[in-house]
Design a protein around this ligand. Structure first.
Ligand code: GRG
Length: 333
């Protein structure tokens, strides 16, 4: 899903993201240089900045928006990225991950205890910044952190459970991924000063985009190469995370062949066999179609909003996602 940032159709984006980057680094500073180093590690490692980009674009959908981002929308983007970062610090502890954003993960470099605390520190900084943007933003950010936790717990609850349902999967990704993209867009709308119906449309856009984004991510785990993923193809199966194509395959004619392979003692050979069964049964196509529908829902949510640079950016992002879905489909074929 690499290539040029689709939000670049917004003329001030590069400058806005530069300003955001320096605020982000400032937000991770502590009086203790050691904590600062740990807290800034994944910021310096890069990342696509999808969520703050959406926050800026959503703010630029406001009437009269579209010039250089306001200080409030920059800070709103910072608070959203800090929540994302905090969740990555914690997620990598849970998964015992060794790399993130192409560098050593925080837990691998400093250990679990410091990774958890530095993640907490970033979440605290996010809350502090959100509080400066008003009660509504602070409340929404806090509620979104809760939704991330709910989504993640729902995933853990069904780990290695071959009876996991599609509904349980969709609820989990709605919390762990889509809720933060929805909040990024809504908070952008709030700081931009748009009305309630406009905020709701932005929220629906972010949520639907987030659902498509996670379904695509899950499909890529099964169709990309180890070199592209930085981990073996089908790694989610080894972790016991059974995603949309896996759930569909388990309910199909090959389910009885696939089920015995899905254990917490899965060998690399069993993993490869499971991936082959899922891909061979055409189950990837069904999931890609689902992602396409979510991406279309995202585009449709913007249909009633007035033309603006922000809408151009968000529409380009939705189109880019659909293109990446098509590319995933081509890979899978
Ligand atoms: C305490 C906030 C908090 C959460 C605790 C650990 C946890 C609960 C939730 C994990 C949520 C999680 C890691 C979801 C996956 C989201 C996702 C698709 C990450 C990858 O996003 P990209 O591709 O990554 O935008 P970059 O690195 O580009 O930002």
């Amino acid at each position: 899903m690499a290539s040029a940032n689709p939000l670049s159709v917004m003329p001030t984006l590069v400058d806005d993201l530069d300003r955001l980057e320096s605020e982000l680094l400032k937000s991770a500073m502590s009086d203790d240089p050691y904590l600062t180093e740990i807290a800034a590690h994944l910021i310096k490692a890069g990342g696509k900045r999808v969520r703050p980009g959406f926050c800026l674009a959503a703010a630029a959908t406001a009437p009269g928006g579209g010039g250089a981002a306001t200080p409030e929308s920059i800070l709103a983007g910072v608070s959203i990225e800090l929540v994302h970062l905090g969740s990555l610090y914690h997620d990598d502890v849970m998964d015992d991950a060794t790399t993130r954003r192409t560098v050593a993960s925080v837990n691998a470099k400093w250990g679990n205890l410091k990774a958890i605390l530095a993640g907490d520190f970033l979440l605290a900084r996010a809350s502090e910044i959100a509080a400066g943007l008003g009660v509504e933003v602070a409340g929404l950010l806090a509620a979104t952190i809760a939704r991330l936790c709910e989504g993640q717990v729902l995933e853990l609850q069904y780990t290695y459970d071959a009876a996991r349902t599609e509904q349980q999967y969709l609820r989990s990704i709605g919390g762990k991924t889509a809720a933060l993209l929805a909040a990024a867009c809504r908070i952008g709308g709030i700081v931009g000063g748009v009305d309630a119906a406009h905020r709701d449309a932005l929220t629906t856009f972010g949520y639907s985009y987030g659902m498509a984004f996670q379904v695509v991510d899950d499909v890529l785990d099964l169709v990309s190469t180890e070199a592209e993923l930085g981990k073996p193809t089908g790694h989610d199966l080894e972790e016991g995370v059974y995603t949309l194509p896996v759930i569909a395959a388990l309910l199909g004619p090959d389910g009885d062949r696939l089920r015995p392979l899905l254990t917490d003692a899965m060998t690399p050979e069993q993993r490869d066999e499971a991936v082959a069964i899922i891909r061979g049964g055409g189950w990837i196509d069904g999931s890609i179609e689902r992602a396409r529908t979510f991406a279309a829902d995202a585009s449709n949510a913007l249909a009633g909003l007035p033309d603006s640079i922000g809408i151009d950016g968000l529409s380009a992002a939705a189109k880019h996602l659909v293109d990446s879905v098509e590319a995933a489909a081509a890979t899978a074929a």
